[in-house]
Design a binder for this molecule. Structure first.
Ligand SMILES: [Zn+2]
Length: 339
């Protein structure tokens, strides 16, 4: 089958077009003929190999959607011909955390497209419990564009205990994760301040729920204070990390919370410890998402309450271009590859 895999860690050119044997599903797996595969920041981090590494070669692609074409002998609840999308988080499925839908706390935590091969390929194997039926009427491109970002955003907002009427500052709001967070926070009844460059993208964010839009930079915290009557925000939604962290902490109100769910610009930052203890701040880490978060966003999507935005659709063969496009930071929402 045709596929694109990471042969060695490095720039977008490290993605190689290859012909590899079509995989066969194990007893508890399904084989999916991939129709579309979303491109995520996670794919870029994996390809760079700086934040984490896995054995290579690896076929990336956490978010994909397609048709089941074969099932393992133990699979009872999925059938051939079913339209499914990949639930991004791998977990054991039977520990206490998994049973509560907190799969990201499972000892067996992993991610489709990094712990196992993903959707940059004509076919992909998937544990049957990770094959989730596509909501009625949803097209392939949309089905492959939202699971990782929306479920992660939902998990982060839950971890940050965002409540109705509270203010939230969303960093990197024009990217896939930030764009999802703006919509989910708005749905939750929060006042959303989105951080993004460019007037056009700012307008697009207002259209999906941002109450105010500010530019990133050294003046960010001061602008946020101005917008919140000098208080600062109750919650910061942070995933840009190194470049923005100091301003994010400075933008918090007394007793504010910062939830960190990604490290796009690097893993080290300076922390104002005086601000943390004097203002009684909470710093909350959040890795991945649980099945309950995915269920929540699937439900909102099926009811037409969310609007995933796909900026560009490219054929699989142009995966390197898709990575460069994401790296350029000029996108709103997502790039999706088609097979
Ligand atoms: Zn588990």
């Amino acid at each position: 089958m045709r596929a694109v895999h990471i042969e060695r860690y490095g720039p977008a050119e490290s993605l190689a077009r290859v012909e590899v044997p079509t995989p066969q599903p194990a007893a508890d797996e399904v084989l999916v003929q991939v129709q579309a595969c979303g491109v995520n920041r996670l794919d870029l981090l994996l390809r760079e190999g700086r934040v984490f590494q896995v054995p290579l070669p690896r076929i990336p692609g956490t978010d994909f959607a397609g048709t089941i074409v074969a099932i393992g002998e133990q699979v009872r609840d999925r059938r051939v011909g079913e339209r499914v999308l990949a639930a991004p988080i791998l977990s054991c499925g039977h520990c206490g955390h998994c049973l509560q839908g907190e799969d990201n706390l499972c000892q067996a935590f992993g991610t489709v497209g990094s712990s196992i091969d993903g959707g940059y390929a004509a076919y992909a194997r998937l544990p049957a419990r990770n094959a989730v039926p596509v909501p009625e009427g949803l097209d392939w491109i949309t089905a492959a564009s939202f699971a990782l970002t929306y479920a992660t955003a939902a998990a982060m907002l839950r971890r940050g205990r965002l409540g109705a009427g509270e203010s939230v500052l969303v960093l990197g709001a024009s990217g896939g994760l930030g764009h999802a967070a703006v919509q989910l926070a708005h749905q939750a009844g929060a006042r959303v301040i989105a951080v993004c460059r460019g007037t056009q993208r700012g307008e697009a964010l207002r259209a999906v729920g941002a109450d105010a839009v500010v530019e990133p930079g050294p003046q960010l915290a001061a602008q946020v204070r101005e917008l919140t009557g000098g208080q600062g925000v109750a919650l910061v939604f942070e995933h840009v990390a190194a470049q923005t962290f100091a301003q994010s902490v400075a933008a918090l109100a007394p007793q504010g919370r910062l939830v960190l769910g990604g490290v796009t610009t690097g893993t080290e930052a300076t922390l104002d410890l005086k601000a943390v203890f004097a203002n009684r701040l909470e710093l909350l880490g959040c890795r991945g998402s649980g099945r309950r978060d995915l269920d929540q966003v699937l439900d909102l999507l099926a009811r037409g309450r969310l609007r995933p935005h796909v900026e560009q659709v490219l054929p699989l063969e142009r995966a390197a271009e898709a990575h460069r496009r994401l790296e350029s930071g000029t996108l709103l929402g997502k790039v999706v590859l088609t097979l």
